[in-house]
Ligand binder design. Structure first.
Ligand SMILES: C[S@@+](CC[C@H](N)C(=O)[O-])C[C@H]1O[C@@H](n2cnc3c(N)ncnc32)[C@H](O)[C@@H]1O
Length: 173
């Protein structure tokens, strides 16, 4: 699948999004050319690559990163079923072993980190939703349980991604 096709799929998915939900979930997708540029910044160091994509959308970032890194496994989180249906098609065509988590990345990651479960990753590529976290929300509370105090989903996604990388000591210390 070339970049033109990936971008066509991105536009098709975008046209199906509910406008209110699009704003609530920060569903603004990355053009394939930008995804390719982001992926070009990776190096593998010759080690097997296990890739994380949090809030994967239709999977443009994962496709670009997979072409550069040839990962042995990819795990992608995406909460929205419209996005996920396209993501599934894109992942199938990629030919890399993958798992799509149809879950809220924040809640799922907090569980994985607290209970020391799930995969640890060598590489991550993400364009998280940029959205305020309400002070009294569940997201704020569970993040606080991990010692992450932030008021934006973007930084929450980054913190939780870093805590699931192979080089980070397991929780709790
Ligand atoms: C800014 S878009 C980026 C999409 C894709 N990574 C890209 O760059 O084209 C953020 C994505 O995160 C998803 N998302 C928002 N909140 C989420 C959550 N709590 N857990 C998992 N995915 C979420 C949205 O549905 C959306 O697809």
């Amino acid at each position: 699948m070339n970049g033109v096709v990936v971008d066509r799929i991105r536009h098709e998915a975008n046209a199906k999004l509910d406008l209110k939900r699009k704003s609530d979930l920060g569903q603004f997708m990355t053009p394939y050319g930008i995804a390719e540029f982001m992926a070009s910044l990776f190096s593998t160091g010759g080690q097997p690559v296990v890739l994380l994509d949090a809030g994967a959308g239709v999977g443009s970032l994962t496709i670009a990163a997979s072409r550069k890194l040839l990962p042995e496994r990819v795990e992608a989180w995406e909460i929205d079923p419209v996005m996920r249906s396209y993501l599934q098609i894109n992942m199938e065509s990629l030919g890399v072993p993958y798992e799509i988590h149809a879950k809220d990345f924040i809640h799922d990651s907090v569980d994985r980190i607290q209970f020391d479960m799930g995969t640890r990753f060598t590489h991550a590529i993400l364009n998280p939703p940029y959205k305020k976290i309400n002070s009294f929300s569940q997201h704020r509370r569970v993040l606080s349980d991990l010692g992450i105090e932030t008021v934006n989903l973007y930084t929450a996604f980054l913190a939780l991604t870093i805590l699931q990388m192979t080089f980070v000591r397991r929780w709790p210390r």
